[in-house]
Design a protein around this ligand. Structure first.
Ligand code: PBG
Length: 333
């Protein structure tokens, strides 16, 4: 009993008095969740005319260009802040040519969405090569099969320019190459996109929770894994170093990924920096809740909102989540 906390009625200490009704709980809530806190990751695939369901992510699809336009209009309607675009090309090659081809799927989609929506949503372009390379790695690889950092940076700069040209409001490099933010900033500036911000996937862990995404984006590595360029799950200080490095190179905002299993990292990063912090609730986090809810083991809406609130409580300003549009609808009613 905590009656010592300022009351004479032992059954109603301060905590309980302040949570007695929904209105009282709303009044005292320290963390708010609103549609504007959310960003929806979307997949657009070349050469399909109907959306293709992703079996490991029930409710998420690979969009056709047309179905993406509808989904984007809906996203704008419910008031979320933005979209993060991933493209899946029909043809892949060793250097990921389709990532910066003017008629590449993601660039065509960006153009279309920008024409449809103007500045209504923040259109973010994920910048990586893994969806575009035939070997599935995030950069170009040497004959020995090692990801080659510096030639990859040249590719990233070219892709950033193509995406900005196509209408992306924000460039979001996720490949975890050393020096990628500086290379992309220099590339954008050289092409007169000095006003285009970079959201760096700064603290990105080599995570088992990306499993379903690899079905969605068709970008699983054909050999090896990403443990040499993504971060090691036991480490914290490394995240702070990566974030500081990206900001020093010119990142305008930073991201922590995954979100739920890394809330301590979200909290430390949010404390350490003075730029906007995003957290990416990844495919595996989504799939776990969906699977449990489908079995009737948890209350889906309650669990989803709890995960999103927890990510905000840890200090993320905005959350990338596959539930963005649905959660925004719940929050608005
Ligand atoms: C590309 C990228 C990945 C994700 C976002 N960008 C996959 C990976 O790094 O293996 C994962 C997102 C998710 O799981 O939802 N580098």
């Amino acid at each position: 009993m905590t009656s010592g906390q300022g009351g004479t009625n032992p059954g109603f200490a301060r905590g309980r008095r302040l949570r007695s009704t929904p209105a009282m709980r709303r009044w005292t809530a320290q963390t708010r969740l609103a549609p504007a806190d959310l960003v929806l990751p979307v997949f657009v695939k070349q050469g399909i005319s109907e959306p293709v369901p992703i079996s490991s992510m029930p409710g998420v699809v690979q969009h056709s260009p047309e179905s993406l336009r509808k989904a984007a209009a809906e996203a704008a309607e419910v008031g979320i802040s933005g979209l993060m675009l991933f493209g899946i090309p029909a043809e892949k090659d060793a250097v990921g040519s389709q990532a910066d081809a003017a008629d590449g799927i993601v660039n065509v989609a960006l153009q279309q969405l920008r024409a449809d929506l103007g500045d209504e949503l923040v259109l973010m372009a994920d910048l990586c090569l893994c969806e575009y390379t035939d070997h599935g790695h995030c950069g170009v690889v040497t004959p020995a099969g090692v990801v080659d950092n510096d030639p990859t940076l040249d590719r990233y700069a070219a892709v950033a320019i193509a995406q900005a040209q196509a209408g992306a409001h924000v460039i979001a490099p996720s490949g975890m190459m050393d020096g990628q933010v500086a290379a992309i900033r220099a590339g954008l500036d050289s092409a007169a996109f000095t006003g285009t911000p970079i959201l760096a996937y700064a603290a990105k862990y080599a995570s088992g929770f990306y499993g379903p995404f690899r079905e969605a984006a068709e970008g699983a590595p054909q050999f090896g894994d990403r443990s040499t360029y993504q971060m090691d799950p036991p480490n914290t200080d490394e995240a702070l170093r990566e974030v500081a490095q990206d900001i020093a190179e010119g990142a305008d905002a930073v991201m922590v990924k995954p979100a739920g299993p890394y809330l301590d990292i979200v909290a430390r990063v949010a404390d350490a920096v003075d730029v906007p912090v995003s957290a990416y609730q990844v495919s595996g986090e989504y799939a776990m809740v969906e699977a449990a809810a489908a079995n009737g083991w948890i209350d889906r809406e309650r669990a989803v909102l709890e995960t999103l609130t927890a990510i905000r409580r840890a200090g993320a300003g905005s959350v990338l989540t596959y539930w963005a549009v649905e959660a925004a609808r719940w929050l608005r009613r």
